[in-house]
Design a protein around this ligand. Structure first.
Ligand SMILES: *[C@@H]1O[C@H](CO)[C@@H](O)[C@H](O)[C@H]1NC(C)=O
Ligand SMILES: *[C@@H]1O[C@H](CO)[C@@H](O)[C@H](O)[C@H]1NC(C)=O
Ligand SMILES: *[C@@H]1O[C@H](CO)[C@@H](O)[C@H](O)[C@H]1NC(C)=O
Ligand SMILES: *[C@@H]1O[C@H](CO)[C@@H](O)[C@H](O)[C@H]1NC(C)=O
Length: 420
């Protein structure tokens, strides 16, 4: 699809306006007065432990510190409310996508949120968060509000440092030597980066189940996402202050406006639903209006401008490659003028890919290519529902029939009933 010039220009203008407005943190916005108002759905204002408790689940909060000092909150549901049997082993790590957080796995409620479904199936569930989200906005040395260096990261560092730190923590807390991994979108991307860039961590995973993983993103059909990430690829080198380098944070203008308007039942079902459809694609009735009212309380949840730029670069290059610093710096860092590819062939543990035909962010063509690169692919499963989109993987009311049975099938195959 080739978007026409007018559409491109107006979107670019919109991004520019968004970009300028996110810098104006002092906007006297009525919304500020309203954030404690009672017409927000309870779940949209709840954090992970509160959200779980709202439905009778017990969640623990843990703190993981990465090698470079980022402090990440990681949550655990040791036993789901509806788990009747014994807890299966080993533990499972569930990883969110770009601009999401652990909370995104609860937004669809107890009958569809994957954190509820997986823990109810008696897995010891850990739900991670990466640096730059509101659960990863702390560092032992760097201040996110004053140190630009805090924001000098992309999904490269999430894969190289965040995921290994979480794995080490989980294994030491539970006493196991292995675990199972479920990742959505960027949550899959950073797994492949970890396997490519570290040694010893990939082997600690018995099976990795990836929902629409964003490794190569050459065929992304979403025009807004293409333009946004490519816009950041162009302007990122010009940014210098933490206020410019942190983007789409929770509590920032975009998230505040989105949660303010989308808390309303009518706007959620019309304007906010249309916005999701424009960013991704259309799946009639799949995402409940109630879920839309809740999810913007946790989305977007923040990342670095550099991370968006990284996706933009990968989209332009059509390759799953490392950050492009420009020819001379690339040569110094990598020894080549072009950034090197990530080594997907180092992901030698069993991998299952799950994807939908109607996903405009991670296109099925990119997932099929990915499946051809993985040395130990167990299954590449295209879901039966042909209208299945990217966001459906965490927000659809049908996750329990469309994707959960496949996830459960493989988790079960690579687990045993424990004696906890
Ligand atoms: C979640 O909310 C509870 C209750 O308000 C609070 O005690 C806890 O610190 C919060 N956790 C996080 C990670 O923000
Ligand atoms: C960001 O970090 C890289 C190393 O990961 C370093 O080479 C680069 O100079 C840093 N950039 C800034 C702007 O500090
Ligand atoms: C990327 O997509 C374009 C079409 O959008 C195609 O022409 C090109 O061959 C693709 N590149 C790769 C590496 O597949
Ligand atoms: C793994 O992939 C890299 C990069 O794509 C390639 O250079 C290397 O030869 C591959 N190794 C094997 C064993 O296939």
């Amino acid at each position: 699809m080739t978007p026409n010039g007018g559409y491109v220009m107006s979107l670019l203008f919109l991004f520019f306006a968004i970009f300028k407005s996110t810098l104006g943190q002092n906007w006297a916005f009525e919304i500020d007065k309203d954030t404690s108002s009672k017409d927000y759905p309870r779940d949209s204002l709840s954090n992970f432990t509160e959200l779980a408790r709202n439905y009778g689940y017990t969640a623990e909060e843990h703190t993981v510190i990465t090698d470079d000092g980022y402090i990440l909150s990681v949550f655990r549901i040791p036993k789901g409310k509806n788990c009747r049997g014994r807890i299966r082993q080993p533990p499972v790590l569930l990883m969110h996508g770009l601009l999401q957080s652990s909370d995104s796995w609860l937004d669809a409620g107890p009958s569809a949120g994957l954190a509820f479904l997986i823990s109810d199936a008696c897995y010891d569930l850990w739900v991670g968060n990466v640096r730059g989200t509101y659960y990863g906005r702390r560092n032992v040395r760097l201040n996110p509000d004053t140190d630009p260096q805090f924001w000098n990261f992309t999904s490269h560092e999430m894969g190289k440092l965040d995921v290994p730190a979480i794995i080490d923590y989980m294994l030491s807390e539970t006493g196991f030597s292995e675990l199972n991994y479920v990742g959505f979108s960027q949550g899959g991307r950073i797994f492949f980066i970890m396997c490519s860039e570290t040694s010893g961590y990939c082997d600690k995973i018995k099976i990795s189940i990836m929902l629409a993983p964003a490794a190569r993103v050459n065929y992304t059909r979403s025009v807004p996402v293409q333009l946004l990430t490519r816009f950041y690829a162009v302007i990122e080198p010009l940014l210098s202050s933490p206020r410019e380098l942190e983007v789409f944070q929770k509590g920032g203008l975009i998230q505040k406006v989105a949660s303010f308007f989308c808390k309303d039942n009518i706007l959620a079902g019309t304007v906010c639903r249309t916005a999701l459809t424009l960013i991704d694609s259309y799946d009639p009735d799949s995402i409940l209006t109630q879920t839309i009212r809740v999810l913007f309380g946790h989305f977007p949840g923040g990342t670095s401008a550099r991370n968006l730029a990284f996706y933009g670069q990968n989209g332009i290059a059509g390759r799953f490659q490392k950050y492009d610093y420009g020819p001379s710096e690339n040569f110094e860092l990598y020894g080549t003028v072009e950034p090197p590819l990530y080594n997907l062939n180092r992901t030698n543990i069993p991998v299952v890919l799950i994807y939908g035909e109607n996903d405009f962010l991670v296109d099925p063509k990119d997932v099929q290519w990915l499946s051809s690169q993985l040395p130990n692919l167990i299954e590449a499963y295209q879901v039966r529902r042909l209208t299945w989109t990217h966001f459906d993987n965490c927000y659809s009311q049908y996750t329990n029939v469309i994707i959960f049975p496949k996830i459960h099938e493989y988790l079960q195959k690579y687990s045993k009933d424990g004696c906890v």
